[in-house]
Design a protein around this ligand. Structure first.
Ligand SMILES: [Cu+2]
Length: 419
């Protein structure tokens, strides 16, 4: 390396990134008049171009990093889209920024997490910043992972300037815990706190977000994240019909054994899970000028973060965390936990090149709900599990992206590097 393939992929990525950064930079700052809910002061500083804002704030000068897009290095290092892909907070282990613990209580495993909401500035493309509202300071928020039947306990404190909640997309039997303005504690004002408790059910790939009004603003500002509930293999054996779309009479003993085996690969507490490479992708977007439409799209917040950058000539990526494809072992099974957090647009989509995959809508079944497809679409909050196998493929770069060309060109374009 760099082979021709890598060189031309790097050129495409750089061209798209340059075009995006220029397009956002050229947009007039209309946020003063249009920011929702009279948030003009916060909104007016929403887009900062590196040379005028980030450079001054961070103490880095322009020469060090080049003009925005040309070198393509992000200036802040508190969020790494590559780390985010494989970071799961289970109560037992997770991020330092998310205090957490695991213990037994009343015969149940409790996974407890400390969440905050803060106002913060995030980088969504080189030199382009966004005034976000964020759980624990990051967008997407921390990925929570539990096992079916556990109690998820989230102590939430709002340090932001606006009122927030956490609403879980789970089967939640207590309306007080729904995280909406009308029930339980309602919205939490600045400085207020509340402890949410949710039973982790059903097994699947789920979603959480703030449910304050206006909802579209609280979501697009960044208050959302993924919540994975691993199936419990023992429960699968007892209630196999809950995990398939087949009629119960069609479920044979052999099929139950297969379902239990599959559940073990999904459950992070079983050794079978170690053989699967699991990745979390939150499709999101940013309305940088607060006009009700998105200027930047991404997989995990940073435009083109999984694009192709420069190498040092020996196959090592030189662009740091940015513009680096997701490297995968061709002999390993790949599982993508995918959710759509895009605001304003009706759907988002996930499309693989040279590859077909199995899809499990909402991740609530252990047999695919769609087989052998290369494109799926999701409306906002819809999610699913994608399973990919590259064992037949030649090593190299395989593109995946939103199959709305506009989204792809504005940041949601990525590569797997199959090795
Ligand atoms: Cu909110």
């Amino acid at each position: 390396m760099p082979s021709l393939e890598y060189t031309s992929a790097a050129e495409i990525t750089a061209q798209l990134e340059d075009r995006l950064v220029e397009a956002v930079g050229e947009k007039p700052d209309v946020s003063r008049r249009s920011v929702l809910g009279g948030l003009g002061v916060a909104g007016s500083a929403a887009v900062g171009i590196g040379s005028t804002r980030a450079g001054a704030d961070s103490g880095h000068d322009e020469d060090e990093h080049g003009t925005f897009g040309a070198v393509g290095e992000y200036r802040d290092s508190n969020f790494d889209p590559h780390e985010f892909l494989t970071t799961f907070n289970t109560g037992e282990s997770g991020q330092d920024a998310v205090p957490q613990r695991i213990y037994e209580e009343n015969g149940r495993t409790v996974r407890e997490f400390e969440f905050t909401a803060v106002d913060t500035t995030i980088t969504i493309a080189p030199g382009i910043e966004f005034e976000a509202w964020a759980f624990n300071g990051q967008v997407p928020g921390p990925t929570i992972r539990a096992v079916e039947g556990d109690l998820i306990r989230v102590t939430f404190e709002n340090f932001g300037r606006h009122a927030h909640t956490i609403h879980p997309h789970l089967k939640n039997l207590d309306p007080e815990m729904d995280g909406i303005p009308q029930n339980g504690p309602g919205v939490l004002e600045t400085g207020e706190s509340y402890t949410y408790e949710w039973i982790a059910q059903p097994a699947g790939m789920h979603f959480y977000h703030c449910h304050s009004l206006p909802l579209k603003e609280h979501i697009h500002r960044g208050l959302y994240g993924a919540m994975i509930v691993d199936p419990d293999p023992e429960r699968v054996r007892e209630n196999p019909a809950d995990y398939v779309t087949d009629h119960p009479s069609q479920i044979t003993d052999a099929m139950v054994d297969d379902l239990v085996d599959e559940a073990k690969t999904r459950n992070h507490e079983y050794a079978e899970n170690d053989a699967v490479n699991e990745l979390v992708i939150v499709m999101n977007s940013f309305d940088t000028n607060f006009d009700g439409g998105n200027e930047v799209y991404a997989a995990n917040t940073r435009a083109f973060a999984y694009g192709v950058g420069e190498t040092d000539g020996n196959g090592n990526w030189t662009a740091g965390e940015t513009k680096r494809p997701i490297r995968i072992d061709k002999n390993e099974r790949q599982r993508v936990y995918l959710v759509n957090a895009t605001e304003f647009d009706l759907v988002n989509s996930f499309h693989t090149h040279s590859q077909f995959f199995d899809y499990y809508d909402h991740g609530t079944t252990l047999l695919p709900t769609r087989q052998t497809v290369d494109t799926v679409m999701q409306t906002q909050a819809q999610r699913g599990i994608i399973e990919l196998d590259y064992s037949d493929h030649e090593p190299g770069l395989y593109m995946f992206h939103a199959h709305q060309s506009e989204f792809a060109e504005l940041g949601w374009m990525s590569f797997f590097e199959v090795v």
